[in-house]
Design a protein around this ligand. Sequence first.
Ligand SMILES: Nc1ncnc2c1ncn2[C@@H]1O[C@H](COP(=O)(O)OP(=O)(O)OP(=O)(O)O)[C@@H](O)[C@H]1O
Ligand SMILES: [Mg+2]
Length: 227
Amino acid sequence: MNRGYFITGTDTGIGKTWITAGLLRAGAQRGWRTVGLKPVASGCARVEGQLRNEDALLLMEHASEPLAYEQVNPCALELPVSPHLAAEAQGRAIDIGRLAAHCHAVGARADVCLVEGVGGWLAPLGPDHTVADLALALDLPVILVVGIRLGCLNHALLSQRAIRESGAAMAGWVANVVDAENLLTDGVIATLAERLDAPCLGTVPCLDTLDAGRIAAHLDTGALWKS
Ligand SMILES: Nc1ncnc2c1ncn2[C@@H]1O[C@H](COP(=O)(O)OP(=O)(O)OP(=O)(O)O)[C@@H](O)[C@H]1O
Ligand SMILES: [Mg+2]
C-alpha cells in the first residue's frame, strides 16, 4: 500500500470508526483512492446467515474503492466481547501474519489504506497476541484516537507509552469529543497537546449527527498524505 495508517484508540467506543471515516473522506477530497479495513471485529450480527460488523460496513461506505465484505473484515466474530474470547467461542484462532498479508494485498489497490484496530492498543487477539502485534505485523504508523471524556488523559498517556514500547511509530492523534457533558475540554486537549509527542491531526466536537464530511472538516491531514 502507498500510504497506510493503523487507527487505534484510548478505548472501545471512542470514535475510531467515525474518525477513520473522516480520514477516508479527507483522503478522497485530495483525490486519493481510499480503502478502510477492519481485519478483526467482534460483535458481528448475523445477516442472512453471514456475520456482518457495523464498523466494517461503515468503512466500506466511506471508501472510494468498492470491496467485498470479506476483503474489509476477514475475521468476523459474533460475540460482543474481547476478540480473543469471541474467537475461542467460535473455535477460531486469529492468525496475525495472515491478516497482515491480507490487508497489504487489499491495501495495494488504493493510494490510502486505513486499518482500524479493535478495542485499544493492548486488547488481546489470542493467548500470546494483542492489537499491538497486528499493528507491528502490518508495519504501519499509528494514529491514536483519544475519546475526550473523564479519564482520557490517563488512557491517552498510557496508550502513548505502550505504543512507544511496542516499537511502533505514532503518526498523530485526534481529539474526539465523545462526551457532550465533558468539562474544561479545551484544558484537557491542551494537556494532551503538551504531553503527547505526535502531531494533533484535529479536534472533532461532539456532533448531533455524525457525518464523515463534517468530521473531515475538523481534521488537518496534510502531513498524512505526503509521500
Ligand atoms: N464526535 C462525535 N460526536 C458525537 N458522537 C460520537 C462522536 N464520535 C463518535 N461518536 C459516537 O460514539 C460511538 C462510538 O463511535 P465509534 O463506533 O466510531 O467508536 P469505536 O472506537 O470505533 O468503537 P469500537 O471499539 O466498537 O470499534 C458511536 O455511537 C458514535 O455515534
Ligand atoms: Mg470501531
